[in-house]
Design a binder for this molecule. Structure first.
Ligand code: UDP
Ligand code: MG
Length: 186
C-alpha cells in the first residue's frame, strides 16, 4: 500500500482499509479536494477536518465542571489536540475580544474573563467549528437547545461557560493568539 502513488492514505483514519481512496478512479476535482485537512464520510462525501478554539470560562472552572464540559466536546467527536489552564491578564482578554470593542458588554466581559482561571483548547474534527458551536448552544443559555453545554451549565448571557470560534478565519486568529505551534501536539 505504502508507496503506491495511485492511493491516498487518509491520516485521520490510518487503520481503516475502507478509507483508502483510488485516486485514479476520482474526477480531478475530488482528487485535489482530498488533502490531510479533509476526510471522506460513509457516503463518499468529502468532509472538512477543521480546528477551532474552545475556552472553558471562569464560571465553569469556579464550579469544577471542566471535566463535564470536556466529556460533551469529546462525545461530539471533537478531539482536544492542545490544552492549557491559564489566568488571563486584562490585555489578553481585551485583545482576544477586540471584535466586541465598543459593545456595551465589552468591559464587563473583559472583567469576567480575567476573574478566574480559564481552560484554552484547540479542538479538531469533522466540521469542528460548526460542531463545537452546536454542542455549545446559543449565546444566551435561556435560548440554547436542551442538551447543549450552555443550556445545561450556563448561568446567564455573560457567564455562559464556553467560548467557540465562529468561522474559519476567527478560528485561525484565536488559535494563533492562544497557542504556539509547538503547543499543538495532537
Ligand atoms: N456577552 C455578554 N452580553 C451580551 C453578548 C455577549 O456578556 O449581550 C458575552 C458572552 O459571554 C458571550 C461573549 O460576550 O459569549 C461573546 O459574545 P458573542 O456575541 O461573540 O457570543 P458567542 O460567540 O460567545 O456565542
Ligand atoms: Mg463570538
Amino acid at each position: 500500500m505504502r508507496g503506491d502513488p495511485d492511493r491516498l492514505r487518509l491520516p485521520y483514519f490510518p487503520d481503516h482499509a475502507a478509507l483508502f481512496v483510488e485516486a485514479r478512479a476520482l474526477p480531478l476535482s475530488c482528487a485535489v479536494a482530498i488533502s490531510p485537512r479533509n476526510s471522506v464520510d460513509d457516503q463518499g462525501t468529502i468532509v472538512a477536518i477543521e480546528r477551532t478554539l474552545s475556552i472553558i470560562k471562569p464560571d465553569a472552572t469556579e464550579r469544577n465542571i471542566v471535566g463535564l464540559i470536556i466529556v460533551r466536546l469529546e462525545s461530539a467527536g471533537l478531539q482536544v489536540i492542545a490544552q492549557k489552564r491559564v489566568r488571563w491578564k486584562k490585555k489578553d482578554a481585551k485583545k482576544f475580544y477586540d471584535v466586541h470593542k465598543g459593545q456595551p458588554f465589552y468591559k464587563d466581559l473583559v472583567n469576567f474573563m480575567t476573574s478566574g482561571p480559564i481552560v484554552l483548547q484547540v479542538l479538531e474534527g469533522e466540521n469542528a467549528i460548526l460542531r463545537n458551536r452546536e454542542v455549545m448552544g446559543a449565546t444566551n443559555p435561556v435560548d440554547a437547545l436542551p442538551g447543549t453545554i450552555r443550556k445545561d451549565f450556563g448561568v446567564n448571557l455573560q457567564r455562559n461557560s464556553v467560548h467557540g470560534s465562529d468561522s474559519e478565519k476567527t478560528a485561525k486568529r484565536e488559535i494563533a493568539l492562544c497557542f504556539k505551534k509547538s503547543e499543538i501536539v495532537g
